[in-house]
Design a protein around this ligand. Structure first.
Ligand code: AMP
Length: 216
């Protein structure tokens, strides 16, 4: 009985500690699609994510786009009490792609600086459904995490199975020993915004020391 109590107590302590840690994550970077032609369910879920961030007074860090899921997410975050930092390269501003109503707009020289700053300015990353740009951003931060360059939580919001093929391919990399089983802990998958809270609790601590085992 006392063993049960101490095990239960330890579990409670760990969960509570992780909950506190996740509540302290104030700046959340979201990669998401710029298309406005996708199934309306993605825009609905982008609204939910904006609400989730806004109600918790989080700061959204994103690519500063004014259209598609990017625009919906930024507007919903602002409408529900959150703040939004947008980071966008000069050539996109020249093309008029930037959102003009953000809390803060940072204009970078190029895409590389944009991605670096989006990561540096956030404590956690969410990959929301998107196209090739979103996939590239997700794979880049996973690569950085594998190398121990970043240690922050990465959540893949697999709405409507959008990332199924990519997750299968990541599995293939592990089965084929292109990555270690341990690298699976670099990301956590959630099926909807309603599962986000739990997903943050499931994130495993990550350490810069993983660099030693980045090579298989
Ligand atoms: P995608 O997932 O292919 O729609 O691309 C999303 C990412 O591509 C964004 O994070 C940006 O890096 C870039 N991007 C593409 N189109 C736009 C746009 N109209 N406004 C802002 N960023 C864009």
């Amino acid at each position: 009985m006392s063993l049960f109590c101490s095990a239960f107590g330890f579990h409670y302590f760990c969960t509570k500690r992780r909950k506190m840690e996740h509540e302290e994550l104030k700046r959340i970077c979201v990669f998401c699609g710029s298309s406005s032609q996708t199934d309306p369910l993605f825009a609905e879920e982008a609204q939910e994510l904006g609400k989730w961030l806004g109600y918790r007074q989080k700061q959204l860090v994103y690519g500063a786009g004014n259209v598609g899921l990017m625009g919906v997410l930024a507007d919903a975050t602002l409408a529900h009490g959150g703040t939004v930092e947008g980071i966008i390269p000069q050539f996109m501003v020249d093309a008029g792609w930037h959102h003009e109503g953000l809390t803060r707009l940072i204009v970078t020289q190029d895409m590389h600086e944009r991605k670096r700053l989006m990561s540096e300015h956030s404590e956690a990353i969410i990959a929301f459904p998107g196209g090739i740009g979103t996939a590239e951003e997700l794979l880049e931060v996973l690569t950085w995490k594998q190398l121990g360059l970043i240690t922050k939580p990465i959540i893949i919001l697999n709405i409507n199975g959008h990332f199924d093929a990519l997750l299968q391919w990541l599995d293939l990399l592990i089965q084929g020993r292109f990555m270690r089983e341990l690298h699976r802990d670099m990301w956590v998958v959630a099926k909807s915004v309603a599962e986000l809270e739990d997903a943050f609790l499931k994130c495993q601590p990550w350490d810069k020391g993983v660099r030693k085992i980045a090579a298989i």
